[in-house]
Structure formats: C-alpha cells, structure tokens
Design a protein around this ligand. Structure first.
Ligand SMILES: [Zn+2]
Length: 604
C-alpha cells in the first residue's frame, strides 16, 4: 500500500519519529499516566478525549473514534495522501527516499518556495564547506574560535562563510539551475540596474536559520570587518517568517520535552553559546520579543519558560512584553537577569556555563517579582501619589496569578513594605479578579480532567461474548504469546466478522516474525474502519498482567457463543427444510426452539 516506497522504508521512517512530537505540533498535549491527552483536532470538544500513546505510537479519540498511527494523523490533519505523509516525515527524520517517490506529486508549498528551499540547503552546505576548508574562510574560522566557538559547535550549527566575491555564489546557483530572479526574491542575491547579480551575504559569517523541521529557510549574516550593516538577515518569504520561527527548536525539542522547561533567548548566538556550555533546552526568537504563535508553540511542549534576554534596557523591555504574552498562554514564566548589563553570550564567555546556570538561570525571578522591580523604576516611591499608583499596578499583576498561595505571598510582601493591611489588598485583588472571572472561566474549561478511568474496554451495552472478543484482541495486540495461544485454541472462530478479519491479519503478522507493534500492524490493514477498531482496542486500558485463567475464560465464552450460533444456524436450516417439505407442526416446534435459544444467548 506504500506505492513506490518499500515497506521497510515506511517502517524505518515511522520508527525514527515520535508520534508525540508530531501530534504535539498541532495539539496541546498533557501527559497523564502513560498517555498524552489533548483536545481532539478532528471534532469540537471542550474536555480532552483525544489520547496519544508514546509506547504504542498511536492516537485515538474516545469522542469521535478517529485513530491511527503517525501517518494516519498527518493524512487526516494535513489532507496529505499516504506518500505525502511519508515524504513529510522522511524529510524530518532525514531519511532519503527512493528517487521516484520523492519526485511523485509535488508537496504543499509552491514551486518557487520549493526552489528557494533547495537553494538554501545547497548554500548552507557550500558556506559551511568554505568556512572549514577554504583559504578565504580561515580568518572567519579563527574569529569564531577566538569568540569561543568550538569546532564541534561550528559543525553542529553548520556555521559558514561566504567568500568575498560577487560572482562565486551567483555562479554556483546558476550551475545548479536556480533562477536568479527567484534567488533575489529569496534574499540570497542582489541585483543592480544593469541586471547583474551579486551574492548578498558575501564576506560574512553565515548562520543558517532552520525551521522546526530542521530545514534551513533563511540565513543570518554577520559582518567580520567594517561591513555595514553588522547583521544582515534574509528577508521574509513564504518559508521564513520571523515571528513563527523559533531558532534551534528542531535540535532542542528533545531536551525541552525531557526537562519540561525551555530557556528563551533573543538571538541565535546566545542559543549556540548556551548549548555549547551544556544548557540544551534553549531556543531563540529572531527579533527582540516573542510572538503569540511562538508562545503557543512552546506552550504545547512545556509549562515553564525562562526568559533570558539581554541585561540592557531594551532587553528588559522585551522581557516584560514576552513575559506577559507567555503568562497569557498559561506558561509559568520566569525571568533570568544577566548581571552588569551583559548579554547571555558575554556572560557565558566570561564566566562559563556552570556559573551561568547557578547565577543566572537558577536565580530567575517569577514574572511577578520581575515586574515589581521593573515597575518600581518608573515611580518615586517617596511620593504618596506615585506609591499608590505603583501599588495599583502591582495589584493588577497579582490579580492575574492563578494560585491563591502565590497571590497571598506577594500581597504579604506589599503589605509589609508599605505598611498596609493585607486584608485591604486582598479585597482589592478580589475585586479586580471579579471583573476577570469571565476570562477565567474560559480558561478553566481547558483544564485537564482525569478521563482515562472513564473509558473501559468493557462496554456494558455489548453482549458478554462481544466484550470477551474485544478484550482478547487487546491482549493479543500486546503480546504475541497470547496471540499464539488463542490461535491454537480458537483459531479464527471469533463471532464478530470484523474480529475474524483482524485476528487473521494478526496471526499472519506475528508469523512473519514481527513483534508487538500496533502502529506497524495497522499499516497491514486496508480498511480504515478496521484500522480504527484495532486502534480503539489497543488504546483501551487493560491490566498489565493477565492470568491464563482470564484468557481461558474469554476463549470459553467466545467458543460457547460460537457453538450456540452454530446450533441456531443448524436449527434454522432444519426449519427451512421442514417448511419446504410442508411439515407445519415440525416447523413450528423448531421455530420455538430457535426463539428459546436466542433468548438464552441474550442472557449470557
Ligand atoms: Zn475526536
């Protein structure tokens, strides 16, 4: 079913991606027990019933029933076909696809963007090569080493150098078949009135800017001498939007998820510097502040964000802005302050990573504490008017805090500093919060409630044998030994026809030497309804340990139903015969028996 892409490739790509990462880009997921939960992107809901299993690499919505593996998700979400979904993931996992597959149907972006994207990949390699291997690149390389970049870091971030020649890159791009006008649009080349082209980044150090899929979509060029401007970035294109790109997100993603916290810098140099110093959960914005789309992206991954901007005035202003935005998305926000007006990179270069961690990151202020000292500078607290205005401002901020303990803490602080009654301050905050309740209520709807326990594979509305089959298949999906046992004792004698089909595929799947892997197994099923059913069964909670007795009971129940059904089938055949032979009394007797048998069946 993979078209031109061999099955092993499909598996390889699937195994090298984490479904939690992929879905996390679209759905805000919260870990709860073994699974992740979020609001289903496929149907409107206010309490999360959409769950993702990292162990099984599948997702399932208990609300609308949609489910599948990572490919199914991308197909549903992006409207991709199977090949497009594979291509997308292969690109992310940096796995090469067979030539014909990668040429098949164009992807979502325009041909022009496709070409710009390709040019960036080529140029990133070229620039990096020139830095490491060319004579022209030597000074640039030395500059980086002097600035404290290690060779390993230079390679990791593919830092490059563009030779100080107008034609070098122009010729290179021409040879590769790129249209110069498109390259001008991409900000890679400049054109003059005479229609001559020149490398826009010539003579500069080059920092490739990668999107969250790890593709270079723009460059930041830094001049080495007196070249102006000092910093030159690519213009915005369809591929590169400053307020959407978070620098280093692709490389930091795993560390961010692991540490459940992210450190946010203003620039790429701070990010690289911190990463080199051993702090890996780091990303950077491309301007001075953060946009709401970047804040939302982070919120999908973490609860805690530490803003670490420059220690100078513009840096502090930007931190206030970023902090408010992040607080609004519901992140726990902290602000790290770099002493002496230094920027984070300077501090790390001067004092090293350990001191950066201990003295800057670990001593971060909560956002409110940061705001308190920030606002203080605008007021002369010796003057009563200023004092009141200041307190008003702080109360507004305190009122925004979710936790009562936290509010209490700051109110006590304020009260003792300004010799006021805590009760008065509390009342004021209470009043402000009252105005905000509508907003709060909306927020509360997004709180995650413990839904897992509500779902049980035992559906009371289904007859016992049906539940037995579902449970048994759930265990068989998890454990090849149970599947083998069932195969011996029961074979294909399931009563529900969908179940018969599933177990037939499952037996074959294990006989091929595969291990338990639902995400891979569903690829073998062509029917989407069957896929969904398998996913549903795999996601239903079953106990870790299952006794032989339990398995035996299920098998027994299924067999009993099967023989009852066989009995009824025989009786029905008898009835038909009696009618054909015109024996009404015999037919009536048989009909009675059938009704009785069916009644019995219902009660089991
Ligand atoms: Zn749903």
């Amino acid at each position: 079913m993979a078209g031109h892409i061999p099955e092993e490739k499909v598996d390889e790509i699937r195994q090298s991606t984490d479904i939690v990462d992929i879905i996390g880009d679209y759905v805000e997921l919260k870990k709860q027990g073994r699974n992740y939960f979020g609001l289903c992107p496929f149907h409107g809901e206010s309490t999360p019933s959409f769950s993702v299993s990292a162990d099984k690499q599948i997702f399932h919505c208990f609300g609308c029933g949609k489910g599948g593996n990572v490919y199914t998700f991308l197909m549903e979400m992006e409207g991709f076909n199977f090949i497009q979904a594979i291509k997308q993931l292969a690109g992310q996992a940096q796995i090469d696809l067979p030539e014909e597959a990668s040429q098949e149907d164009s992807s979502q972006i325009s041909t022009e963007s496709q070409s710009i994207l390709e040019a960036h990949q080529w140029l990133a390699k070229l620039y990096h090569h020139m830095l490491l291997n060319s004579k022209e690149g030597q000074d640039a390389y030395q500059y980086l080493i002097d600035r404290g970049f290690s060779e390993e870091t230079i390679k990791k971030y593919q830092i490059g150098y563009s030779p100080n020649s107008k034609e070098f890159v122009v010729t290179f791009l021409e040879k590769k078949g790129f249209h110069p006008q498109t390259m001008v649009k991409a900000g890679l080349l400049n054109a003059n009135d005479q229609g001559e082209y020149a490398d826009r980044f010539r003579g500069r150090l080059i920092f490739p800017l990668r999107n969250h899929l790890g593709k270079t979509v723009a460059f930041a060029g830094r001049s080495l001498g007196h070249q102006e401007p000092k910093y030159l970035n690519s213009p915005e294109t369809e591929l590169f939007q400053k307020n959407r790109l978070l620098y280093n997100f692709d490389l930091a993603r795993a560390a961010i998820r692991k540490q459940k916290s992210v450190i946010l810098f203003e620039g790429y140099v701070d990010v690289i510097s911190a990463d080199q110093a051993g702090v890996h959960n780091v990303v950077g914005t491309m301007g001075t502040s953060i946009s709401s789309s970047q804040a939302n992206l982070l919120k999908r991954y973490v609860d805690q964000v530490i803003i670490c901007y420059d220690g100078d005035q513009p840096g502090v202003e930007a931190a206030v802005k970023a902090g408010r935005l992040l607080k609004n998305t519901g992140c726990q926000t902290f602000v790290a302050r770099v002493p002496d007006g230094l920027d984070p990179d300077d501090f790390i270069q001067k004092h090293g990573g350990d001191r950066f961690k201990k003295e800057v990151l670990d001593t971060s202020d909560t956002f409110i504490a940061f705001i308190m000292s920030y606002l203080r500078r605008d007021y002369n607290l010796q003057l009563e008017g200023d004092r009141i205005a200041y307190i008003e401002k702080i109360l507004q901020e305190v009122a925004l805090l979710d936790r009562a303990v936290e509010r209490e803490h700051y109110l006590n602080e304020l009260a003792s500093e300004f010799q006021m009654s805590v009760d008065t301050l509390k009342e004021e905050v209470h009043h402000i919060r009252g105005k905000n309740t509508v907003k709060q209520d909306n927020k509360d709807q997004n709180r995650y409630t413990n839904r897992t326990s509500q779902y049980s594979i035992q559906n009371k509305l289904l007859p016992a044998f049906h539940n037995a089959e579902r449970k048994l298949i759930a265990y068989m999906l998890r454990d090849p030994f149970i599947a083998e046992k069932v195969q011996e004792e029961l074979g294909g004698a399931f009563n529900i026809s969908d179940h018969q089909v599933i177990v037939t595929y499952l037996y074959a799947y294990y006989e091929d030497g595969n291990q338990s892997d639902v995400s891979q197994f569903v690829e073998k099923l062509d029917d989407p309804a069957l896929k969904n059913l398998v996913i549903e069964l795999a996601m239903a909670p079953v106990s870790e340990e299952v006794s032989d007795q339990e398995i035996h009971d299920y098998i027994f129940r299924i067999k009993a139903e099967h023989s009852d059904r066989t009995d009824i089938k025989t009786l029905e055949d008898d009835l038909k015969r009696a009618e054909q032979q015109n024996e009404p009394i015999k037919a009536a007797e048989i009909a009675m028996k059938i009704i009785e048998r069916k009644k019995e069946l219902k009660n089991t």
